[in-house]
Design a protein around this ligand. Sequence first.
Ligand SMILES: [Zn+2]
Ligand SMILES: [Zn+2]
Length: 341
Amino acid sequence: MSSRCAQITEVGWSKDLAITALEISTPPTGNQIQVEIEACGVCHRDLIDRSGRFKFIRVPITPGHEAVGRVTKVGPDVVEWQVGDRVATMHRDFCGECEACKDNEVSLCAGAAAVLGLLVNGGYATHMVAPERCFYAMDDNVEAKQAAIFHCTLGTAYRGLTRFGKIKAGSRVAIVGANGGVGAAAIQIVDRMGAYPIAIVRDSFHHDFLMSLGAAEVLVDPGNTFHKRLSGGTANIVLDCVGEPTFNSSMRSLRVGGKMVVVGNIVPEKASLNLGYIITRGLQITGSSGASRVDMENVLRLHREKPFHSIIHQELSLDEADKAQRLVRSGGLRGRIVLTP
Ligand SMILES: [Zn+2]
Ligand SMILES: [Zn+2]
């Protein structure tokens, strides 16, 4: 059987992603499953991977940790899936044994070895083969391009806001970089929780899109001093989807005792912190990435009750994978670009 994939053959941006045809001759071994891919999201982390910021990247490699598809073959040790099941990817597998796994925090697993797009071929492909614990169960009726990005957008936002942000009805939640995939997902999660989503973006171009997702207000601030312009007071929670450029303004947007959840890291520069400010105001700052299978069950339950809005910027073909990554790199998108084989 033949399959097609996009590959990073050399770390960096001087060489385009290569579109490669591969013969899949051997069936999956051990705990691996083979999945026929319906769609795969193009995430900012894919750019970080390609830029070589994770030194352990193994090239050539197929990027993509936001894929959805059907199981077409299972290895002899697979226990969770059968041929025909619909599955979507998480960022990596989990060991099931370590402290984090026992606490159900599988995205913090210390023993996970199969990091999609870095150590194991990911979803920019017609087919992928990966350990069964890289996947969670996806409903049959969620449209492929939306299902592909559920984990890394809605799941990331849900986990960050509910478990780290401790969001409650009435919480004022500032979402910084609200036009991206996680931000656009977060607006909807905050709205669903009966809380107050304040969308913060650099460009007024995004205003109507963000209001249509459920933003209570949109604050346009190209200069990263939005903390001075928050109407109605500071926020209980800030979800920062950008990173160093907005870090300090995000922190200063918090009220005393507030919680900041950092999910974005778009530039390699380090943020500098005024520790006295954190100490005297009793702030909490936490990082968050991805979600567990339990989180994803909760996200899917919310979707069944009332479908989330689609947050697809554009659909491109697998052959346009390089173009897709360069569009993400140029910034300013509304949600995700999704590739279809
Ligand atoms: Zn992602
Ligand atoms: Zn583990």
